[in-house]
Design a protein around this ligand. Structure first.
Ligand SMILES: [Zn+2]
Length: 414
């Protein structure tokens, strides 16, 4: 028997193991008793040591041992206060167990770690815990709002909108911080993207931190930019390059659509078939094209010189954004690009040119430090995944907790 026994740490301090058993369901039950004596009186907060029996048996989930669902079984001790009137009794508080919780703290840490980039359902299944219990751990242990005291300075923040439902027009605002050490943190999940909502949020930032915000990255949404101009007038506004790119890519794409539509009626069915895959090829960078896509695109461009022009102009602008150049230099290059667009006779970029004009300073501010929001830098893909995972998280507090866990979970619970 002794050969098949091993000793594993219980990860619970100050307890004595009274016995272990495996029940009929194959679950491991470890019976313990607290070695600590005394507790603080719940009335007067004095340390009390006069024993007053025990509460009923409690059985709480603990870290699985060798893949078995494991429980800790114990009777909380009670103590009586000699000083308070009526000599009230208090149940001993233990650092490894929060009263009324159904799990040990260390097991809750384990659950929270499992929740990083996973769904409540997944964790519930894997841990054989009910959905509500997993949710309960998250609700109890993870704050639903930012704790400003953990930050010394903010430097750069990002304001981004996400739609919680596909095709839905109700947006929520995600506020991220990009800390000096490179960490991206979640600062807020706001109910909508109205200017007033943003103003209220910015006003909730402690003054000492507000003063450290040098850059605000956002998209071209006046609710965001007006709120920032009014509340943090010293901050530099930067339009996320990502949003600018999206804008002119869509512009170029309208020509692609139009021209394919035209060709569909003008070409024979056979000839048109040879343009298959051209939509994806058109959207790609030249360096990402497969030989096959190159061919398709070349064929398309022989039929449509204007699509070719739009494609090239798009690549040229991207090339400017790729360069490490000063804001002034970037402005000159973009002006030259605008001139080329005008000469081309294409109208698909008209809307984008207007955007450039309206947001000229904010767009070219990008070139000062090449800053984008935390959302854009490696974060938006995670949000996309999160949205897919948690389809139907309309509770903003839960959304904050989920994002917080995804971003900070590994750091906090490993
Ligand atoms: Zn007392």
């Amino acid at each position: 028997m002794s050969k098949t026994q091993v000793t594993v740490p219980l990860d619970i301090p100050d307890v004595r193991v009274l016995g272990t058993e495996i029940n009929e369901r194959g679950e491991l039950i470890i019976t313990v008793e607290s070695k600590k004596s005394g507790t603080r009186c719940r009335k007067c907060d004095r340390w009390i040591t006069k024993s007053h029996g025990q509460d009923d048996w409690v059985m709480i989930r603990h870290l699985p041992a060798f893949g078995r669902v494991t429980y800790i079984r114990f009777r909380p001790k009670r103590y009586q206060c000699q000083d308070c009137e009526g000599h009230p009794t208090t149940t001993q508080t233990l650092e490894w167990y929060e009263s009324k919780s159904a799990q040990t703290m260390v097991y809750e840490d384990h659950i929270l770690l499992q929740l990083v980039n996973a769904t409540i359902e997944d964790v519930s299944m894997k841990e054989q815990l009910s959905y509500d219990r997993v949710m309960g751990v998250m609700e109890r242990r993870i704050s639903e709002q930012v704790d400003w005291s953990q930050y010394d300075e903010l430097g750069r923040i990002g304001l981004d909108e996400i739609a919680l439902k596909k095709g839905h027009r109700d947006f929520v605002t995600i506020v991220t911080g990009y800390l000096k050490d490179g960490r991206i943190v979640i600062l807020g999940v706001l109910a909508d993207r109205q200017k007033d909502t943003i103003v209220d949020f910015l006003r909730s930032i402690p003054k000492r931190l507000l003063d450290t915000i040098q850059t605000v990255c956002s998209d071209m949404w006046e609710g965001f930019t007006e709120a920032v101009r009014e509340e943090i007038s010293t901050a530099k506004l930067v339009i996320d390059r990502f949003h600018v790119t999206e804008h002119y890519q869509d512009a170029a794409d309208t020509i692609r659509k139009q021209e394919l539509g035209r060709l569909k009626t003008e070409l024979s069915e056979e000839e048109y078939k040879e343009l298959k895959g051209c939509m994806w090829a058109f959207r790609k960078k030249r360096s990402d094209l497969t030989p096959e896509e190159r061919k398709v695109l070349k064929r398309f461009f022989t039929y449509s010189p204007s699509a070719k022009k739009a494609y090239e102009l798009r690549l040229q602008l991207t090339a400017i954004f790729e360069q490490q150049i000063s804001k002034e230099k970037a402005k000159a290059k973009i002006r030259a690009w605008i001139a080329r667009v005008r000469e081309s006779g294409l109208t698909c970029f008209d809307g984008f040119l207007k955007t450039l004009e309206n947001w000229w300073e904010e767009i070219t501010n990008y070139f000062i430090n090449r800053e984008t929001s935390g959302y854009v830098e490696g974060f938006n893909n995670r949000i996309k995944v999160l949205k897919r995972r948690c389809y139907g998280i309309f509770n903003l507090n839960h959304l904050f907790q989920r994002i917080y866990l995804d971003l900070e979970g590994y750091r906090l619970f490993i």
